[in-house]
Design a protein around this ligand. Structure first.
Ligand SMILES: [Mg+2]
Length: 231
């Protein structure tokens, strides 16, 4: 066996972030009577939210805004698109969203089966994720995925973000793993794949959406069950 340690990304790789986020926003739209307050078109609200969220995450990744600003501003801006300037509501939504989201349990097909397979084959499984500690642990336990992972490395816990070299070095240290016996599995080319590449770690790109690859990973899969052909 070439590899001993497998480092997984969580969001968009195992845990279906988009589906879970959409379900959470939809629930909030109903619970907070947002239609009555002026958000008549949930689909448009959702689309706008995604665009704001993406831009703000980019700034968060660069260290330009803080976690609490990210959480508030993505709601404030999505509401402003519907001409709702309600700071209290934005704040409530920002907080409710991060409480509800990690309790959602939609994971990609064959996640459990593949993690079980890898565990039985004797691999040590770990996570490297750019999320927040509490949020990521909540997702894992809600879905029953926590039992599979030995080390869970978050950006918050390690004080650095993928694709920075430091988070991979920190993860290797925590796992007691060498770079040659390790492989990174994730959906984001510029974050998971490039980051692993920079420390000399092999990578598997989980390319559910069949995006064009501007960098060439060690392996590519289009569904999680294909990991069994590689590992
Ligand atoms: Mg991801």
């Amino acid at each position: 066996m070439k590899y001993k340690h497998i480092f997984f990304d969580l969001d968009h790789t195992l845990w279906d972030f988009d589906a879970n986020a959409r379900a959470t926003l939809h629930q909030m739209h109903q619970d907070l009577n947002l239609a009555e307050r002026g958000v008549h078109d949930f689909e448009l609200f959702h689309t706008n939210y995604l665009a704001h969220n993406e831009r703000l995450w980019e700034r968060y990744r660069k260290g330009q805004i803080r976690q609490d600003e990210l959480r508030l501003k993505r709601m404030r801006l999505a509401l402003l698109d519907f001409k709702i300037g309600d700071e209290e509501l934005a704040r409530e939504m920002g907080e409710t969203f991060v409480q509800l989201l990690p309790t959602r349990t939609i994971i990609f097909p064959d996640t459990i089966e593949v993690l079980q397979y890898l565990t039985e084959k004797g691999y040590h499984l770990h996570l490297i994720t750019n999320g927040f500690v509490k949020t990521q642990y909540s997702k894992l336990s809600s879905c029953g995925l926590d039992v599979f992972f030995k080390e869970v490395i978050t950006s918050e816990g390690s004080n650095c973000l993928k694709p920075e070299k430091e988070i991979f070095e920190y993860a290797l240290g925590k796992a007691g793993a060498s770079v040659k016996e390790s492989i990174m599995i994730g959906d984001a080319l510029d974050i998971d794949i490039l980051g692993a590449m920079n420390v000399g770690m092999d990578q598997i790109h989980v390319n559910f959406n069949r995006i064009d690859q501007h960098i060439k990973p060690t392996y590519t899969v289009y569904a999680l069950k294909e990991l069994k052909d590689i590992l």
